[in-house]
Design a protein around this ligand. Structure first.
Ligand code: NAD
Length: 497
């Protein structure tokens, strides 16, 4: 049940966010006592002080994670036991949805509506789905001759690190924690420095659900310190990172410079939304186009920010999406009537505004949008038309509400422009012709293609990028388990009886 704006504000007033690290089942400060502040981007006010963890704290967390992993309390527990505990985590998240959603909204500037959907809907589902998988990780027997039996077994990788972005804090935490714990790993998680609070609270709830001390550890801090310490730690077996391509590259280097840990990367994108000339410009298509770009204020790795529209349709498409987007309501993220919240920080807003200026300077025409006069770090959803493929706003990931519309003469032109990027995360195609839809879907070099609707898939479908949007790793689906499992062959010679 959705509460009123006043009720969400009352929950916000009652919260006392804890910014401490969570290591070995205990809240604690950073070893050197250092702290930083996390700010509500919709107001600029300080929300909480947070432990500024560094290498020594990451090391404490890894020692605890390794101790419990080696003890086998979780890693060698009956899979049904892990299942029961993770199902309880799902239940506790559901019971605390309002509290967690308000906390997340305050820390990120995301709308309460989105936070409720993600935290009340998706996060418990992730825990539930991987809980149900915990007792379904089967090995294989290889076809040997009678002189041997060869077992191909799967084992938890060990200590799993995760370094998270700020745009979907608790969803990203669940994407990494649920599959890694389901298979028996212990985890050391670094939330983004802008948004640590909901992940810290989640760890506390997980312990309440019965996750043993040391299995889940949260070390809030900055990338150059806590993040690098995870990447470089010699006793972390695998690390899963979601964030920018620039930092993803560093995790490959960290691995090479340390213990060659496994590295799973989910990174940036500049995803296309393609409207072929046989598509009908319906309200549904316009809704998908608008949401694909402006959901979460455009701060979304799979945002479809290059909209490639068949030339005969582009005028109607532009007019209708312009009208739709002008109706989006910016404002207090805690108001359920708000559609778009604030940018994550002042610096991020400045960076997005500089892209808007570059669109203007390069000769693209602004249909709607620009700066907002609301206090906090708000930007109006912005649409440019007459964008050409080589403009900066058409090539670089902006990670804010800036959409470029480009007219296309043919489907093959759209395919060529869509593919001409270092990224490969997502694409949407609208067409009424199934053959053209499949041709585009098979030809587009990206991890997810959605047809006649914008979708990232769901928990059952793997999510990740081609090219510089990802490594070969995938989050979600049974594929996510691969990031946290080792494969062992046990070869047994069999003597004649
Ligand atoms: P970011 O790369 O700046 O930060 C991500 C995380 O990496 C943070 O926790 C940060 O502290 C840490 N980090 C930063 N510098 C580091 C360093 N030198 N060493 C180790 N860790 C470091 O990204 P962001 O701004 O938080 O998130 C936005 C990016 O994330 C965008 O590029 C977006 O496309 C991408 N993203 C991708 C997905 C996906 O699933 N593919 C999902 C969400 C976001």
């Amino acid at each position: 049940m959705t509460l009123s704006h006043a009720e969400y504000k009352a929950i916000a007033d009652s919260l006392k966010p804890n910014g401490q690290a969570f290591i070995d089942g205990q809240f604690c400060d950073a070893a050197d006592g250092d702290k930083f502040e996390t700010v509500n981007p919709a107001t600029g006010q300080v929300l909480a002080t947070v432990a500024h963890c560094k290498a020594a704290d990451v090391d404490r967390a890894v020692v605890a994670a390794r101790r419990v992993f080696n003890a086998g309390t979780w890693s060698r527990a009956e899979p049904e036991e892990r299942k029961e505990v993770l199902l309880k985590v799902a239940q506790l998240v559901r019971e605390h949805t309002d509290e967690l959603a308000v906390l997340e909204s305050l820390d990120t500037g995301k709308t309460i509506t989105d936070c409720l959907e993600e935290i009340g809907g998706e996060v418990p589902k992730f825990f539930q789905w991987y809980a149900e998988l915990a007792d379904k990780v089967f090995g294989k027997i290889a076809p040997t001759g009678p002189g041997a039996m060869a077992l191909i077994t799967r084992e938890p990788a060990g200590v799993a690190g995760a370094v998270l972005p700020w745009n979907f804090p608790l969803v990203m935490a669940a994407w990494k924690i649920a599959p890694s714990l389901a298979v028996g790993c212990s985890a050391v998680i670094k939330p983004a420095e802008q948004t640590p609070l909901s992940t810290i609270r989640l760890a506390e709830l997980m312990c309440e659900a019965g996750v043993p001390d040391g299995v889940i550890n949260v070390v809030p801090g900055f990338g150059e310190t806590a993040g690098a310490a995870i990447g470089l730690h010699n006793d972390i077996d695998t690390v899963s990172f979601t964030g920018s391509t620039e930092v993803g590259r560093m995790f490959m280097r960290y691995s090479g410079d340390s213990n060659l840990k496994g590295v799973g990367l989910e990174m940036g994108g500049k995803s296309p939304f393609i409207v072929l000339d046989d598509a009908r410009i319906t309200d549904d298509l316009i809704e998908h186009a608008a949401m694909s770009a402006f959901w979460n204020g455009g701060q979304n790795c799979s945002a479809n920010m290059r909209q490639l529209v068949a030339a005969p349709l582009v005028e109607e498409f532009t007019a209708r999406i312009g009208e739709r987007v002008k109706a989006f309501k910016l404002g207090d993220p805690l108001n359920p009537a708000t559609d778009i919240g604030s940018m994550i920080t002042r610096d991020h807003k400045k960076m997005v505004m500089s892209y808007i200026q570059s669109g203007v300077d390069d000769g693209a025409r602004m249909v709607t949008g620009g700066d907002s006069d609301l206090p906090g770090y708000f930007i109006e959803p912005t649409i440019f038309q007459d964008v050409t493929p080589n403009m900066k706003i058409a090539r670089e990931e902006i990670f804010g509400p800036v959409l470029g519309i480009m007219p296309m003469q043919t489907a093959e032109d759209a395919l060529a422009v869509a593919s001409d990027t270092d990224y490969g995360l997502h694409a949407t195609v609208f067409t009424q012709d199934i053959d053209r839809a499949l041709h585009m879907a098979r030809s587009l070099p990206c991890g997810t293609v959605s047809v006649n609707g914008f979708s990232e898939g769901d928990i059952k479908t793997p999510f990740g990028g081609y090219k510089q949007s990802g490594s070969m790793a995938r989050d979600n689906g049974t594929e996510a388990l691969e990031q946290y499992l080792q494969t062992k062959t046990i070869w047994i010679n069999v003597a004649d009886a």
